[in-house]
Design a protein around this ligand. Sequence first.
Ligand code: SAJ
Length: 416
Amino acid sequence: MKLCTVGLGYIGLPTSIMFAKHNVDVVGVDVSPRVIDSLNNGKIHIEEPGLQEALEEVIAKGTFRASLTPEKANAFIIAVPTPNHDDLYKSCDLSYVVSATKSVLPYIEKGNVLIVESTIGPRSMDDVVKPLVEEAGFVVGEDIFLVHCPERVLPGQIMHELVYNNRIVGGITPACTEAGAMVYGTFVKGELIKTNAKTAEMSKLMENTFRDVNIALANELAKVCNELEINALDVIGMANKHPRVNLHTPGPGVGGHCLAVDPYFIVAKAPETAQLINLGRSINTSMPAYVVENVNKLMENVDGKVVTVFGLTYKGNVDDIRESPAMEIYAMLKEENQFEVRAFDPHVQLDWVISDIEEAVNGSDLLLILSDHNEFKIIEGNALSKMNNKRIFDTKNVVNAVSGDVEYMNYGNLYE
Ligand code: SAJ
């Protein structure tokens, strides 16, 4: 089988490489010449465990190439970004999906499978992608097999989850579904769940919405407990001992390109009805301001001048700062212009991010933890010896142990 993938980002690249590992002849297409050069030279451009080694393996095997232009193939996979539109309900911007589809249509022949993996608003396949394929003169389900197969892998565990997760395969017709399942049967060891395109779209969106709404519940709980002087983290631990309760974890907000984006796709399609989903989003987007408010209080207590942010990524052990609440908090603190604000993140290489921990905390009055990187689990008191006020506010409850004379706060004891 020959496969042409369009979009070599966090999803398209690992997917392409996984197919190539399983002896599929893969040409991966991207619009960025920098990405293409880097990959053809054997170097990945994103951080993901196991991906660099896998790229080296498939280049050595000769089953993967990166290119700026699509080629004829048996199957095509589109994995391009679907951001929010800048409109009232932040609806799904399908422009990259539309242009990627148009870019492969000249190379498509009868019998080919065309798969969209990008997360898309409900009914996008039926209402937008299918008409494009029909306009090109194909009969969907007879000439071309059109499928939505949403990706559901967790950044940080992509190479494992690509193989072992269950996979939803939603065709426009049952024949499309079968053709899509054949493609993923190459390497997926999880169940291939067969359905139609619109059910696949909505299932994927509801997975992330479920998580977003539950995190909103945990964030609201943190605020309520802080007001009532109750330890929110103890409450969560205890409630979760009930066999049917699974409260999520509060934090500085919800980031990344999935949970902070996808629920709006549903709201935009049913704004009058999708009220809880919308409220969950508002609670989560209120968290950066809540963190800043608490930082201001903590700094006021000690007449502090310097805040050091630990972690800029949207979650731990990744290098991704897209939609990151940590970046928002950093920007808000900078904008307030009340304190000197520094950033330290061992996963982010930007010229304004300090790479030496001691330099980052020297003279600082507050260490504000915003990402749960493994590097922050144990904080050596020695590394903080040059802090002006030895205080930590850990919004991710990531620190397991901190040695020395340090005042440690998280959502459990912020009110103390
Ligand atoms: N977060 C919390 N509290 C929690 C859990 C997460 O504040 O209890 C925050 C994280 O810090 C982060 C955000 O939520 O800012 C999202 O992180 P995540 O680890 O929940 O998820 P993502 O965005 O990395 O990946 C999600 C996954 N979806 C689900 O778990 C339902 C993944 O399986 C999807 O493939 C991915 O979205 C996607 O691409 O849609």
